[in-house]
Design a protein around this ligand. Structure first.
Ligand code: FMN
Length: 213
């Protein structure tokens, strides 16, 4: 792996990723695989089992399963994934010093056709639980640098669209670096309490996105 490229790419600000308004949940027609049945890895990041992002992930999964796709789910808040310690023993393409629940992600992400990130906003970023999983991509960086679809599902209490921009930019920059393509985003604003999202249109949007990915 070219580490300079990683560093260079990692600081590029993703272009054109700003979602005007509160929600965007449409699949990108240009990226349609013409009905191909896919393996989809869904990585969630909320410690609230019945929280808003988990509810949206459930709805996405329902739609995707109805469309015939196979789903593998990893609820990072309920798993043991040690944060990357930058020892670089993996050399960005090798064995990680930690043998923990990331092994499950490792064994399912390489051949996944699509990866879904479903995360709550914590202090303008994604939750630490899901970020720890993403940082561990470092050890399998070479193996996941290949075309995949990707989806962002995020929930936050604020109503302002601009509040979501840091997470959207992070997501866009990351998938551009990995060579993945965005298949849609559900940016669910104005949801604070557990279950608040049930009174919105977002679950339906997540279901439709799953169905049409
Ligand atoms: C530690 C923490 C930090 C948060 N930071 C923000 C924030 O910066 N902006 C915001 O709008 N909401 C923030 N929230 C609210 C959550 O994003 C909101 O409740 C969201 O719906 C949680 O998703 P979940 O139900 O999937 O866990 C925060 C909540 C917690 C617990």
């Amino acid at each position: 792996m070219n580490r300079r490229k990683f560093i260079k790419n990692a600081i590029i600000t993703a272009a054109g990723a700003i979602i005007a308004g509160a929600a965007s949940g449409c699949a990108n027609d240009e990226e349609s695989d013409g009905g191909k049945k896919m393996k989809i890895l869904v990585i969630t990041g909320s410690p609230r089992k019945n929280g808003n992002s988990n509810t949206l992930a459930d709805n996405f999964i329902k739609g995707a399963q109805e469309a015939g796709h196979s789903i593998v789910r990893f609820d990072s808040a309920f798993k043991n994934v040690h944060p990357c310690i930058a020892c670089n023993k993996c050399g960005m393409n090798g064995e990680c010093v930690f043998k923990d629940d990331f092994e499950f992600v490792k064994s399912n992400i390489v051949d996944a056709d699509a990866v879904v990130f479903a995360a709550p906003m914590y202090y303008f970023g994604i939750s630490a639980q899901i970020k720890a999983v993403i940082d561990r991509f470092y050890a399998i960086n070479e193996q996941i640098h290949k075309p995949k679809k990707s989806v962002l599902i995020m929930t936050y209490a604020d109503n302002a669209a601009k509040t979501a921009q840091p997470i959207i930019s992070h997501y866009e920059a990351m998938i551009e670096y990995l060579g993945w393509s965005d298949s849609g985003k559900i940016i669910a604003s104005g949801v604070w309490a557990e279950g608040a999202v049930n009174n919105t249109e977002y679950p339906k949007q997540a279901y439709e996105l799953g169905k049409n990915i």
